[in-house]
Design a protein around this ligand. Structure first.
Ligand SMILES: *[C@@H]1O[C@H](CO)[C@@H](O)[C@H](O)[C@H]1NC(C)=O
Length: 312
């Protein structure tokens, strides 16, 4: 472990989120509560979609996949943040730091592509309703999910291969509460200017491009909705506004973390928390509490669980 390409750093120091005991306690409850909400809410969506045949349409299958990814994304950091809160000296081993960065970008990449797939699904349903069933068939849905994973892995690997080979010879204070490429690269003992550009291009510009692409697609869909139907109008508006909220909440932090040239500790922390804690918990909230089909399916699932217990 000591000598990966001449590197001597075996562990990195992470930033503490709170100094005072009161703040530590508050954050402990905040993160624990939200993480429990993330686990329960997202698993509930996955189970509801899997067990209710009415929800076996691409929109809900993609949603269930998104829920799994949300759960994965917050699991890359939140459990560690919770266990680190009360430690005085927050260190992460070289290996774990690399693993954390890798999975953050796999999950983030998959989530990005899934959001595009969900927009494409809504675009087809609303703008090309006659062809919807032919275009968004189960094969297409599987293809989109597979593509999301392949792209996510490529996205992570294409940054990871550079970083894993960097020489780390001394400085090891990440200056953030989790490991991520932009911060860790700066600790390498060499000129990393080009590499920083690779990361900005790969993570930053991709998230910016994806964001604007998604916003424009949703605007197109909204325009079509306005021109045509009048009965389904509010329902479509409703679904779309949920999608748009998720997109904005996910991408705003990404763009800030990777593109904004003047990193500020407190803002970075805030935006990272939004992406790892707030977005993953909002997804289930938005889709379950405000979507009638989802609510009905959950009630049915609940009744089935209760009645199967009574039979035993
Ligand atoms: C994710 O998508 C795949 C491919 O369409 C599907 O088979 C699978 O059931 C989905 N996962 C969940 C949890 O719904």
């Amino acid at each position: 472990m000591d000598q990966i390409n001449g590197s001597v750093v075996t562990e990195f120091v992470l930033l503490g989120l709170a100094q005072s005991m009161g703040m530590q306690l508050f954050l402990f409850f905040f993160f624990s509560l939200f993480y429990m909400g993330i686990i329960l809410g997202n698993l509930l969506i996955v189970c509801t979609v899997i067990f209710d045949p009415h929800l076996h349409s691409p929109m809900y299958i993609l949603l269930a996949n998104l829920s799994l990814i949300d759960l994965g994304l917050s699991s890359t950091t939140v459990p560690r943040v919770i266990s680190d809160l009360f430690r005085d000296y927050k260190v992460i081993s070289f290996h774990n730091c690399m693993i954390q960065m890798f999975f953050i970008h796999v999950m983030g990449g998959v989530e990005m592509v899934l959001l595009i797939a969900m927009a494409y699904d809504r675009y087809t349903a609303i703008c090309k309703p006659l062809y919807y069933l032919t275009i968004m068939n189960p094969k297409m849905c599987t293809f989109l999910v597979l593509a999301a994973w392949v792209i996510g892995v490529i996205h992570a690997v294409s940054q990871f291969v550079f970083v894993i080979n960097l020489p780390f010879c001394g400085p090891n204070n990440v200056g953030s509460f989790y490991c991520d490429f932009p911060r860790v690269i700066k600790l390498a003992c060499m000129d990393t200017y080009q590499l920083e550009f690779v990361v900005i291009a790969n993570s930053g510009f991709i998230s910016m491009a994806t964001f604007f692409f998604l916003i424009i697609s949703y605007i197109c869909i909204l325009v079509t909705v306005r021109q045509h139907s009048s009965t389904d109008l509010s329902k479509a508006f409703f679904t779309l506004s949920a999608h748009i909220t998720v997109v904005v909440l996910f991408f705003a932090p990404c763009m800030f973390l990777y593109v904004w040239p003047f990193p500020t500790k407190s803002l970075d922390t805030f935006f990272a928390i939004v992406d790892f804690v707030i977005t993953p918990v909002l997804n289930p909230a938005i889709y379950t509490f405000r979507n009638k089909d989802m609510r009905l399916a959950m009630r049915k699932l609940g009744r089935q669980v209760v009645s199967s217990r009574e039979m035993i």
